[in-house]
Design a protein around this ligand. Structure first.
Ligand SMILES: Cc1cc2nc3c(=O)[nH]c(=O)nc-3n(C[C@H](O)[C@H](O)[C@H](O)COP(=O)(O)OP(=O)(O)OC[C@H]3O[C@@H](n4cnc5c(N)ncnc54)[C@H](O)[C@@H]3O)c2cc1C
Length: 418
């Protein structure tokens, strides 16, 4: 019988593992609870009406249609039973010989999950269209507000967390208000929108070199974003956010402050760090279960120099490719691979029009050149030609006329403030 390989998660890690096993003489099942692979780095553009959901997502089934040794199941894994070598789906158990868990991460509220209702995070397409709805509805309601105080509250947007997602959102929200929406209302002036970016640590983009953090803060200030550093949010509710003794009334709050890994460690009954990540062995297998690998945002992996690997797409992709090779070697009875080593692909973040930062080895880049390179890299890494063309066209159009092509308010407005 051919070995059965089950991969859970069709994100960056799971997809790379599936592609790496294209020639395996095995029965591969790729399971995801969504039917699409999502390019999360551009989610903030869906949340701020720059791109549409279909511009950054692709049906997994279509992506892998040519891979004859693989089937795709749209299903949610709810448990793993390593003793019986099965994963549990709603429809029943599915047996494996080799298991790859690449189920990613979600937002973390540091134990204050009740904040999620008021301060949604950004991880899925539904999250992005939900945030877009809240943002755009706030402007609509402000236009109809009967008093200036209500209007000012609705036009206050707070983003919590100064990592790349928070920075990108803050810049994009400021540009949405000050450019794309500027002339479309009669009673309110969207350019007066107050955008705050709150970070508990001493600087923005803590994973980047300090000089790029400083550049980022000043580029955001040029967009009239209020950057608050060293201030921790102590409460989020329907009216706004509390930071120490200060309460800021807000029409929209977005949470970009913490992540929590998928529950793979709970499924396996093994040790995890505070963010729920599985402490994997140097070959990315799970200690005590050498036929199970955990990769991407669900794993806490280290390079041989002990440096902890960041939760970014290139890490997940390289790990997916590595575990595919590791499984192939073990199925063929060859010597095990040497430990996984991450090859640094640099860190990139954009702040807004003509402003981005890049850190790659000793190279530090900021400003318009970094912005063009950031754009080129993101186009390059989009999966399909169709999406590349669409995104390039949308960006060029927005660049020339400052419009946002996806300003649609759809779905229920639960959670949006009045
Ligand atoms: C808003 C945002 C912006 C980002 N920007 C960047 C960036 O600019 N550059 C960068 O390098 N990285 C960025 N990242 C991080 C990057 O997206 C992640 O590191 C990467 O997606 C991790 O890959 P993964 O395969 O581990 O998980 P994911 O890509 O998250 O994939 C996990 C998959 O597992 C599926 N899944 C989860 N649980 C289950 C289950 N129980 N059953 C079945 N399926 C399940 C999910 O549906 C998903 O498809 C960003 C992340 C976010 C959220």
């Amino acid at each position: 019988m051919r070995p059965r390989i089950v991969i859970v998660g069709a994100g960056f890690g799971g997809l790379a593992a599936a592609e790496g096993l294209a020639r395996a003489n095995a029965e591969i099942t790729l399971i995801d609870r969504q039917n699409h692979h999502l390019f999360q780095p551009l989610l903030y553009q869906v949340a701020t009406a720059g791109l549409s959901p279909a511009d950054i997502a692709w049906p997994v089934r279509h992506l892998l249609r040519r891979q004859r040794n693989l089937r795709v199941l749209m299903a949610e894994v709810t448990a793993v039973k390593p003793g019986r070598k099965v994963v549990t789906l709603a429809d029943g158990p599915l047996a494996y010989d080799w298991l790859v868990l690449a189920t990613g991460a979600t937002h973390g509220y540091f134990g204050r999950d009740e904040w999620a209702e008021h301060a949604p995070g950004l991880k899925t397409l539904d999250d992005a269209t939900g945030i877009r709805r809240r943002l755009l509805l706030a402007f609509e309601r402000a236009e109809m507000a009967s008093n200036p105080a209500t209007s000012a509250r609705l036009l206050t947007i707070v983003i919590v967390g100064g990592g790349p997602t928070g920075v990108e959102l803050a810049g994009a929200v400021a540009e949405l208000a000050r450019k794309a929406l500027a002339r479309d209302f009669r009673e309110i002036d969207p350019r007066q929108t107050r955008v705050l970016l709150i970070e508990a640590g001493p600087r923005l983009l803590p994973n980047f070199p300090e000089e790029l953090s400083r550049y980022t803060a000043s580029a955001l200030q040029r967009l009239d974003v209020e950057v608050r550093l060293g201030q921790a949010v102590t409460r989020c509710d329907a009216r706004g956010v509390q930071m120490g003794s200060e309460f800021i009334e807000a029409g929209t709050i977005v949470w970009a402050a913490g992540v929590h890994a998928s529950p793979a460690a709970e499924w396996l009954g093994i040790e995890a760090d505070r963010a729920g990540r599985v402490l994997v062995a140097p070959d990315l297998s799970v200690p005590g279960h050498d036929n199970i690998y955990v990769i991407g945002d669900t794993a806490l992996a280290r390079n041989p120099n002990r440096a902890q690997l960041p939760g970014i797409a290139p890490v997940a992709k390289q790990q997916g490719t590595y575990v595919a090779r590791a499984i192939l070697a073990r199925i063929a009875g060859r010597a095990p691979l040497p430990p996984f080593v991450y090859r640094d692909r640099g860190l990139l973040a954009t702040i807004g029009r003509k402003a981005a930062v890049i850190s790659y080895k000793r190279l530090r880049l900021s400003g318009w050149l970094a912005w063009w390179l950031w754009g080129a890299a993101h186009i390059y890494f989009l999966v399909s030609l169709r999406n590349r063309l669409i995104v390039v066209t949308q960006w060029l159009w927005s660049y020339v006329v400052f419009e946002r092509g996806a300003r649609l308010i759809t779905g229920s407005d639960a959670g949006a403030r009045r």
